[in-house]
Design a protein around this ligand. Structure first.
Ligand code: BGC
Ligand code: NOJ
Length: 803
C-alpha cells in the first residue's frame, strides 16, 4: 500500500496521511545550515556539524518517536491543532506533506482555517525560514492564537544528551522585540549564537521550557497553549526554548502570512558583544531583514527551485519507464546531494554524534555527485586526502567542522586508501581537470607535510601492494568495505568495538574484495598517470594488477564464485567449504566489474549470485546467514540472521552486481535487479518496506529475517551514489571519459528507445537511443566509429545511437 504519491512535475513526494510507518524525512540546506524535517514537522537543525554545533534538540529513540522539531500550535476556539499534525495531534480535516528538493510544505485544514507551512533553508543563508500562511475559509471571523516554538540544543549534541550536571546551569537567552537569542556558552568560548524570530509583534513569549509546558506535560499539550497565554518566562539554566505567540484575527476569506526565522550567526572574536553581556546582533538583523516579507520568501523559494532545475538538467532521461525516469531525474540525484552533504552523519538513524564523514563513504558518495557540482567535489577530495597518513593508510572518518581525522576509530580499514583513487579518477574523467593531481595536500593535516595529491594516490596503491598475505591477496586489516568482517578482532568482551579492537593481529587475514578493487582501481590509476606522461609508472602498476588478478584466479576462486576472504588461520571465508556464509556478494560484484577471469568467470559468479543470494528485493549480502557468533569472523556473525551485514539486502552493493551484469552485456538482468529495490518501484509495498519510497535505505531485511522486506536506515547510504552510477553509466551507458563521452547503453529488451541529455565539459549532449538494424552512432548527423563521442567546443551535440 501507499501513503502518498510522486508529483514529478513539482518534483515532490506528496504524503497524504501523517501516520506513515516511520517518520518520512527530508533535508533542508546545502552548505552550512542544515535541517532534517519529517512529514509531521519533526527533526532538528545544525550548523555544519551535527555533533559540535547542534542548534535544536532531538531525542533519538524517543517515545513517542519524532517528538520536537518545529512546534506550531493554532488555537481556534476550543481546538488546538498543528498544520503538520504534530505536535498537537488533533485530527485534521485535510493533511498533506509535500517533500520537495530542499523544502517541505505542510498543508493542514481545521474548522474552516487553512494553514500552509513551508520550511526551507534558502541558498547561501545560514537560516531555516518558515512561512506560515493562514487563511480563513469559513464565514465567521476567527480569533486565533498562533505559537511557533523550538527547543534549543546546547550546541554539543553529545554533552547535551549526557552532561546534565553542567547543562542544567548554562542555558542563556536574550530577548529583543520578536526575537529570542540562544546565547548559551557565548559568554565564554563560543563565538556563535542562534535565534528564533517572527515578522510580527509578539503577543507573548516563553523561553523556559518547563514554564511553557507546565508540569507533567509534553509538547503535544503545553500549558501555555492550553491557557491561550504566555508567561514571559526567561530561561536561566535548565532547558531554554523560544516560544513566540502571535494573536490575530482573520475575517472571512482573509489571509495572513507569518515568517519565522531560525538562524545561526558567527561573530568575529573581537566583535562578540555590543555592550557588556549583550551579544552583537548585527548579523542577525541582516538575516532577519532579508526575510521580513512574503515576497522575499517567495523569491528565495523560486531561486531554490531554479537552482535544482539547473542542477538536475545536467543529466536527464526520458524513457518508457516512468519510475526509472523519476528516480534518475529527481530522487536519486537528490539523494546523491544529501549523502554528499551528510556522509553518514545525521539522519533519523545516524545520530549525528557518531561517524562524521567516512573516508570510504565520502569517496564513494562523490561518484554520484561529481557531475552535479564538480568544484565542490574537488574541494572534498582534498579534504579527504588530508586525513591520509604518510604510509598511505588513512583515518577512517573525520569530523566535518574540524576536518580532522577521528582518533577514536583510527585507521586500519584496508580498502580505504583505494577509494581515493576511485573518486579522483572519476573527478578527472568528468572534468578533465588534471591540475587537481598537483594540489599540495597534507598528510594527517600536518602543516608542512604537503605533497601533490598524486602522491597520495600513489601511496594508496603502494599501501595495498605492500600489505599482502600468504595468498598474495591484500590484507584486510580491521575490515574492508564490509565493516563487520573483522577477521583480526577475536572479541569475546561484550561492548568491545568490533571495528577498533584487534585481539589477534594475525598479519594473515586477506580480502578478495580488496583484490578486486585493486584490479579495477589499479587500472584506473595506470590510465590516469599515463595521461600525464608517466608511462613507466603506468606499466609497473599494470604488472601489479596482472599479478593481483592472477592471485585472485589462483587463490580467490571457489569453483562457482569468488571467495570472500581468508581468515586469520588462512581458512577460506565465503566458500562452499564453509557451513554458513558460503557466498558473499561483494567479491562477485567487484571482481566481475573489474573483469577478473573474463566472461567465463563472470557468468559463473553472477549466476551463482542470483541463484543463491537473489530475493524479491535484490541480492542478499551473504548466505546462508550465520546462526552463531564466531569470534574469528567478528560483527558479521553478531547480527541475527537476515539483518544488516548478516544476510540482508545491503543495498549499497547491489549496483555493483548491476554494473557487473552490464559488463557482461546482460541488460535484462541488470534492469530486473534495478527494479527490485529502486524506491519508486516498490512504493506500493510501503507497509512492508516502511522507509521513505523516494530514497534508498541501507538495508532491506533478507529472507532469513522475521521481517523480510522491511528496510532500515534510510537516506545516508552509498546506495545513492552507486545506483546513480549503475543507472546512468551502466543501464543508460553514458560514461564520462578522458577523450569524450561514452554512449554504450545496456538496456532490457522491452526498452526500445529513450533520450538522455547530459552536460559534459560544457557541452550539452542530446542523445537518442533506439533499436534498429542499422547499428552505430552518429553525432550531428555524421557516423562515428565506436562508442565514444569525442570532446568538442560546441554548445550542443546531437547523438543518435542505434542498438
Ligand atoms: C554496522 C555497519 C557500520 C559499522 C561501523 C556496524 O554495526 O552494521 O553498517 O558500518 O557498524 O559503524
Ligand atoms: C556502512 C558504512 O558506512 C560503510 O562504510 C560500510 O561499507 C557499510 N556499512 C558496510 O559495512
Amino acid at each position: 500500500m501507499k501513503y502518498g504519491f510522486f508529483d514529478d512535475q513539482a518534483r515532490e513526494y506528496v504524503i497524504t496521511r501523517p501516520d506513515t510507518p516511520l517518520p518520512w524525512i527530508n533535508y533542508l540546506g546545502n552548505e552550512g545550515f542544515f535541517s532534517l524535517v519529517s512529514n509531521t514537522g519533526g527533526g532538528y537543525s545544525f550548523y555544519k556539524d551535527a555533533k559540535l554545533q547542534r542548534i535544536t534538540r532531538f531525542r533519538y529513540n524517543n517515545v513517542p518517536v519524532d517528538e520536537g522539531g518545529r512546534l506550531f500550535y493554532i488555537c481556534d476556539g476550543d481546538t488546538v491543532w498543528s498544520p503538520a499534525f504534530r505536535p498537537a495531534m488533533t485530527p485534521l480535516d485535510h493533511y498533506r506533506c509535500r517533500h520537495g528538493l530542499g523544502y517541505s510544505v505542510f498543508e493542514g485544514r481545521k474548522n474552516g482555517v487553512r494553514a500552509e507551512l513551508t520550511v526551507t533553508v534558502p541558498l547561501h543563508t545560514d537560516m531555516e525560514v518558515q512561512k506560515l500562511v493562514l487563511q480563513n475559509d469559513s464565514s465567521e471571523t476567527k480569533a486565533l492564537n498562533v505559537y511557533g516554538c523550538v527547543e534549543w540544543c546546547l550546541w554539543n549534541a553529545v554533552d547535551d544528551a549526557q552532561n546534565f550536571q553542567r547543562n542544567f546551569n548554562i542555558g542563556e537567552v536574550e530577548i529583543e522585540g520578536s526575537t529570542v537569542y540562544h546565547k548559551t556558552e557565548y559568554r565564554e568560548r563560543r563565538d556563535h549564537y542562534a535565534f528564533y524570530s517572527v515578522n510580527a509583534p509578539l503577543s507573548g513569549m516563553d523561553t523556559d521550557r518547563d514554564a511553557f509546558l507546565g508540569q507533567f506535560r509534553g509538547f503535544s499539550s503545553p500549558k501555555a497553549v492550553e491557557e491561550r497565554t504566555s508567561y514571559g518566562s526567561v530561561a536561566s539554566g535548565w532547558a531554554p526554548v523560544a516560544s513566540l505567540r502571535i494573536d490575530l484575527t482573520l475575517a472571512p476569506g482573509e489571509r495572513k502570512v507569518l515568517i519565522f526565522r531560525l538562524g545561526y550567526v558567527k561573530n568575529p572574536a573581537d566583535q562578540k558583544f555590543a555592550a557588556p553581556g549583550i551579544i552583537n546582533k548585527k548579523r542577525a538583523y541582516e538575516l532577519i531583514s532579508a526575510f521580513e516579507t512574503e515576497e522575499q520568501f517567495d523569491a528565495a523559494m523560486a531561486e531554490l527551485k531554479d537552482y535544482w532545475a539547473s542542477l538536475l538538467s545536467r543529466f536527464t532521461v526520458k524513457s518508457s519507464e516512468e519510475k526509472l525516469d523519476r528516480m534518475v531525474n529527481i530522487w536519486n540525484q537528490y539523494q546523491c546531494m544529501v549523502t554528499f552533504n551528510m556522509s553518514r552523519s545525521a539522519s533519523y538513524y545516524e545520530s549525528g554524534t557518531g561517524r562524521g564523514m567516512g573516508f570510504r563513504d565520502s569517496c564513494q558518495d562523490l561518484l554520484g555527485f561529481v557531475h552535479l557540482i564538480p568544484e565542490r567535489a574537488r574541494e572534498r577530495i582534498i579534504d579527504i586526502a588530508s586525513i591520509q597518513f604518510e604510509d598511505g593508510s588513512t583515518y577512517h572518518q573525520y569530523q566535518p567542522l574540524t576536518k580532522r581525522g577521528n582518533a577514536d576509530i583510527g585507521s586500519g580499514f584496508n580498502d580505504d586508501p583505494l577509494w581515493l583513487v576511485a573518486c579522483t579518477a572519476a573527478y578527472v574523467r568528468e572534468t578533465g581537470d588534471f591540475t587537481i593531481l598537483d594540489v599540495p595536500t597534507p598528510f594527517n593535516n600536518v602543516p608542512g607535510s604537503e605533497k601533490p595529491l598524486l602522491t597520495h594516490l600513489r601511496r594508496s596503491i603502494q599501501y595495498t601492494l605492500s600489505h599482502r598475505g600468504p595468498h598474495r591477496l591484500p590484507l584486510i586489516g580491521r575490515a574492508d568495505w564490509n565493516d563487520c568482517l573483522n577477521l583480526n578482532c577475536f572479541s569475546n568482551e561484550p561492548g568491545e568495538s568490533f571495528q577498533t579492537v584487534s585481539n589477534f593481529e594475525s598479519g594473515k587475514a586477506e580480502s578478495v574484495f580488496i583484490a578486486g578493487m585493486f584490479v579495477k582501481y589499479g587500472r584506473e590509476y595506470a590510465e590516469l598517470v599515463r595521461r600525464i606522461g608517466l608511462s613507466d609508472e603506468a606499466d609497473e602498476v599494470l604488472r601489479a594488477v596482472d599479478d593481483m588478478e592472477d592471485a585472485v584466479l589462483r587463490n580467490g576462486w571457489d569453483g562457482e564464485w569468488f571467495l570472500r576472504a581468508y581468515d586469520a588461520f588462512e581458512r577460506p571465508v565465503g566458500s562452499h567449504l564453509n557451513e554458513e556464509g558460503q557466498i558473499y556478494i561483494e567479491p562477485q560484484g567487484f571482481c566481475v566489474m573489474a573483469g577478473i577471469g573474463g566472461e567465463e568467470y563472470g557468468r559463473k559468479a553472477l549466476s551463482s549470485t542470483e541463484a543463491r543470494l537473489g530475493n524479491d528485493y535484490g541480492i542478499e549480502i551473504l548466505t546462508p546467514c550465520y546462526t552463531e557468533y564466531h569470534d574469528y569472523l567478528g560483527e558479521v556473525s553478531s547480527y541475527p540472521p537476515g539483518y544488516k551485514e548478516n544476510g540482508s539486502v545491503f543495498c549499497h552493493n547491489n549496483p555493483w552486481v548491476l554494473l557487473a551484469y552490464c559488463r557482461l552485456k546482460d541488460g535484462n538482468a541488470a534492469f530486473d535487479l534495478y527494479t527490485r529495490n529502486a524506491p519508486a518501484y516498490i512504493e506500493d509495498k510501503s507497509e512492508i518496506h516502511r522507509t521513505e519510497p523516494y530514497c534508498y535505505s541501507q538495508t532491506i531485511a533478507g529472507r532469513s529475517a522475521k521481517n523480510y522486506g522491511e528496510a532500515k536506515n534510510s537516506w545516508l547510504t552509498g546506495t545513492a551514489a552507486w545506483t546513480f552510477v549503475a543507472a546512468s553509466q551502466g543501464i543508460l551507458g553514458i560514461r564520462p571519459d578522458y577523450d569524450g563521452l561514452i554512449v554504450d547503453p545496456c538496456l532490457p529488451d522491452h526498452m526500445d528507445q529513450l533520450t538522455v541529455t547530459r552536460l559534459f565539459r560544457g557541452t550539452r549532449y542530446e542523445i537518442t537511443v533506439k533499436r534498429g538494424p542499422d547499428k552505430g552512432m552518429r553525432t550531428d548527423g555524421k557516423p562515428v566509429a565506436g562508442h565514444i563521442v569525442p570532446l568538442t567546443d560546441k554548445e550542443t551535440v546531437k547523438v543518435e545511437v542505434t542498438i
